[in-house]
Design a protein around this ligand. Structure first.
Ligand code: NAP
Length: 317
């Protein structure tokens, strides 16, 4: 059983000593570092791995315990704990704030990924990194494949694309999973915000001219763990892969489905255009991604977005 599953704080001196002894005697294998583990995806990974009997030991860290922008700290951590895999969930995800706070966005979304790329290549560590549909410009009318040339509109999208490039340039063993419209039981997200606002307000205006695919972070967490297991048994498959729940909708359609699934019978939902809504950061009008590559490479079937939403709403209610 993973010893430290569920822990977010850095280990105390006694725990460190015990671990080092276990390493010395070869009792502990296949250590996986999860960065940014207090976010939506990190929390889903924590819950999932705690209920599975996996041949991996997970180290969950966040900005207060392992700052990924600090290369020295990262190097020391992966050496001390003999890390074999990194799952990078750390990111600057405040899309609108990034437009003015771009130094902070680039520090986490580009520089830190460069750190991870260099450290993982030096130490022979495999890395699963998470990126975004916001690397695309939204001009397409059909789902984006991994071959489509990215053209991000926002600082957030640009910084995430730079992170992807840094990982590719380092030339180690990496997998980039681009995902979209992430929500979960944890953290701040559209589903939780909608349920709260629908209960508080009589009327909400929701953008109806941006289309994408909602993704339940629990399903993405399952995909990541599956990749770890699958590639352990077969071979590592460096590359970019798209992962979201199946299907597509607009933010307005998503909100309507949240309302229906949560059984909320109050609050009028009013569709508006992106221009009328007036967010600071530009967003792609269409960011649905083609899922064929990941399904074929790892032999998975991906759940439909409405079914996934129901699972999350059931937990939230
Ligand atoms: N959310 C979405 O809709 C969405 C859509 C597409 C793709 N993605 C991508 O999916 C991944 C996971 O997203 P998420 O929604 O789970 O993100 P999240 O909830 O915002 O979590 C990100 C985590 O990263 C941590 N972090 C920030 N700076 C750090 C640093 N310097 N060192 C270590 N940790 C740091 C944050 O900690 P603090 O809170 O302490 O800063 C936070 O716990 C990200 O790569 C994101 O870009 C997200």
């Amino acid at each position: 059983m993973p010893i430290f599953t569920g822990m977010t704080k850095l280990l105390g001196e006694t725990e460190k000593e015990t671990l080092k002894q276990q390493f010395f005697y070869g009792l502990v294998q296949k250590n996986v570092l999860v960065t940014g583990a207090n976010g939506q995806l990190g929390n889903e990974l924590r819950v999932l791995t705690a209920r599975m009997n996996l041949p991996f030991q997970f180290f969950f860290t966040d900005s207060d315990t392992l700052d990924v922008t600090d290369r020295e700290q990262l190097s020391a951590f992966v050496r001390d704990y003999r890390i074999l895999y990194i799952i990078n969930c750390a990111a600057y995800t405040a899309v609108d704030r990034a437009e003015t706070d771009f130094e902070a966005a680039y520090a986490v979304n580009e520089k830190a990924v460069e750190n991870i790329a260099l450290v993982t290549r030096q130490e022979g560590i495999k890395v699963i990194h998470i990126s975004t549909d916001f690397v695309f410009d939204g001009q397409s009318k059909i789902p984006y494949t991994e071959e489509t040339e990215p053209n991000p509109l926002s600082v957030y999208g640009q910084s995430k694309l730079k992170g992807e490039k840094a990982l590719q340039a380092a030339g180690g063993e990496w997998i980039i999973l681009r995902t979209s419209w992430l929500y979960s039981e944890y953290g701040n997200n559209f589903v939780k915000t909608m349920i709260r606002l629908m209960r508080e307000r009589d009327r909400l205006t929701i953008v109806d001219d941006q289309r994408g695919a909602p993704t339940y972070a629990a399903d993405l967490a399952e995909m990541i763990v599956h990749i770890l297991q699958y590639t352990e048994e077969t071979e590592w498959k460096t590359g970019i892969y798209h992962f979201s729940n199946r299907g597509e909708t607009s933010w307005f359609g998503f909100a309507e489905e949240i309302k229906r699934t949560a059984g909320i019978d109050r609050c009028e939902l009013v569709p508006v255009t992106t221009r009328e809504y007036g967010a600071s950061a530009p967003r792609p009008k269409y960011s649905v991604m083609n899922l064929s590559k990941i399904c074929a490479a790892f032999h998975v079937e991906i759940p439909d977005w409405k079914e996934a939403l129901k699972r999350c709403v059931d937990l939230l209610m």
